[in-house]
Design a protein around this ligand. Sequence first.
Ligand code: AMP
Ligand code: GLY
Length: 430
Amino acid sequence: MNILIIGSGGREHALAWKIAQSPLVEVVWSAPGSPAMDRIGPCFDVAADDVQGLHDLALQLEPDLIVIGPEAPLAAGLADGLRARGFDVFGPGAEGAKLEASKGFAKDFMARLGVPTAMYRKVTDPVSARAFFDSLSPPYVIKADGLAAGKGVVIAPDIDTAIHEAQAMLSGRFGGAGAGLVLEEFMSGEEASVFVLTDGVNRLTLPACQDHKRLLDGDRGPNTGGMGAYAPAPVMTPELLKQVDETIAAPIIDAMAEAGFPYQGVLYIGLMITPDGPKVVEFNVRLGDPECQVLMMGLADDIVPALLACATGGMPARDFARLLPQLHASRPAACVVMAAQGYPGAYEKGSVIKGLKAAGAVEGVTVFHAGTGVNEEGDWIAAGGRVLTVTAAGDTLEQAVARAYEAVDLIDWPQGVCRRDIAWRALGKS
Ligand code: AMP
Ligand code: GLY
């Protein structure tokens, strides 16, 4: 079969890499893809948010399966349109994508179903914001309702900062995304991410991950899209995973189906493990980046039958459960993101990256490209904020992390930065 992947980041490079290993697959196409993805299969110059262009491309290529990587095209209804044309698509329709695209929708949905999450209020003015925060103790959590490229959340230490931040969002810091706000009670605990593959009825939970959102070692500095990740995360015991499936994944996925919008793809559950148990921080409607890189690296099984089953739907429960039999025997894996100096603020593009071949030759390592290009001399160059995801599997998490850093040290890129403490929580526990 032939598979079309939508997207161009490290997540999509890892998906293409894993999918291409499947004995079921002949060609992996990507749109728009990247120079690194082009080495796996042909890329087509159609942007991930060009819904009409992607419809046209699908009609031209007639792929057997379309895997949509990023959230923006899902929120724009790309999956609905492609399904209406008869394609099998991995990724929810626009209604399901609202779980990520509107934090207010997600909170109301959870409240209706009794899914554990932080107490909240939706507001559109600073006076209501102050009234709600007056009923809580600091710190205060302020979120733009809409998609804000992962930057729409502020944790404020005191009420004046909280109101100032709320005002800035309401007056357009994130454009329309901040026209409405979701204010939340602060939850303390350790964070983890759980990814549930579903065909709208059946569910398969992938090994739990932990991301590292802050730029600097010790979880300091600004929030980023993610500076590294690992799986499985020991904080998510089998009992907690079962609890998350029963109290979060099942009610959400069942309610979507009952509402007439069966959710076909992956539900990303961002969790806080609080003293009262796991609570939802946020939902995303796609695989995480860089969590996907780690999951693809660790997974022993072929991922394609599971992606296909989610996209087509209708598989008997027993068969669905057998799709990834080695799931929890999958190998520990870790990744280190190398970013351009200055990220998540302004950064330069075009610096030359050497040593990728040597890094990729370290046992168990693959370097996924999140934002690279090729210059006239044929060198790899930086072409984004997050540039590389150096990813490794090992017999143990310690070994995976050591291999990833051994590879990082072979990469000759003076303008690149990375964290040195990926997986510190798990390694500290062992
Ligand atoms: P989000 O973009 O919703 O994932 O939020 C970014 C980060 O803000 C999360 O990874 C958490 O670290 C933090 N966060 C969001 N909501 C809360 C909350 N209610 N309590 C504590 N931390 C939160
Ligand atoms: N790594 C966090 C995300 O993909 O949203």
